[in-house]
Design a protein around this ligand. Sequence first.
Ligand code: CUA
Length: 330
Amino acid sequence: MNASDAPVPGIAWQSVLHPAGPDAAIILQLTWILFIGGAVLFVAVMALCAVSLRRGSAGRPKIKPMVWLLGGGVLLPLVLLSALLVFGTWRSVQLTQPSSQHAVKIAVIGHMWWWEVRYSHPGGREDVVLANEIRLPVGQPVYLGLSSADVIHSFWAPALAGKVDMIPGRVHGMTLQADRAGVYRAQCAEYCGEQHARMALHIVAQPPEQFRAWLMAQAQPAKAPSSAEVAHGRRAFVAQRCSACHTVRGVTDPAAAASTVRAADIGAPDLTHFGSRLYLGAGARPNNRANLAAWIADPHIAKPGVRMPASTDMDPATLTALAAYLESLQ
Ligand code: CUA
């Protein structure tokens, strides 16, 4: 997927060359300075080398070998590399330190091959769980606690910050900030198996009041069906045992509220507000009804090796109703 697929025109959404966060800006500046410094050093040493090979009228080198060796081989690199080291260290310590004191705290857990995203206690309530999409208030730092449920993954949103590895059994902290509203693409940056390349996550930076309204909506249980087709889809969701792996908060009837389907431990994305997401299958396809129906019928076409089984025996009407139901979960 490339920049032209960006849902928000005019934003280079996955590019280190177009930073939209304070850390990405520092990293880009460091990259350019180190690249230019290295290039200057290379050209200067090569030029000195060429000069030293020139012979005078008596056949002797124009520059004494010792002068060129000490000048081009020791003095010049020492001065330039030391300057780059001092500059690099000075800028590196200005990178944002992770702090769990920020108002918004998000746990991001890597799975093969998707991202579990948990907003910790918004408004004092229980965690809000979603998948493959992070929303944050623009211009405000948020805390990410990064870990993994299986193998090593790595979190990388090139336009916002550097990479942080996600290691099973550990939590690595990270501060993330987007200075411009928009959608940014993050990508798993540590090879983690067959679908490593299709392990994408989208970061939506919104004005703070929009973000708060979105988070409060995500904290609500799933909407009741608004049409006969959607109700058919919800019955199919339970009958087809989708709920054995996927959580939809409030999907059971009120009398059985205590047994509200909770299946995240099995390792499949929470679908309570699936319809509000931009993509399905961790960035595999844009989220619309046709893509969704095709995905449910056989997710291995879009993402070979994905752990969700195919439902090729499902009749077309049920498939469409199921897709309509999931789409309705805004
Ligand atoms: Cu997860 Cu690569």
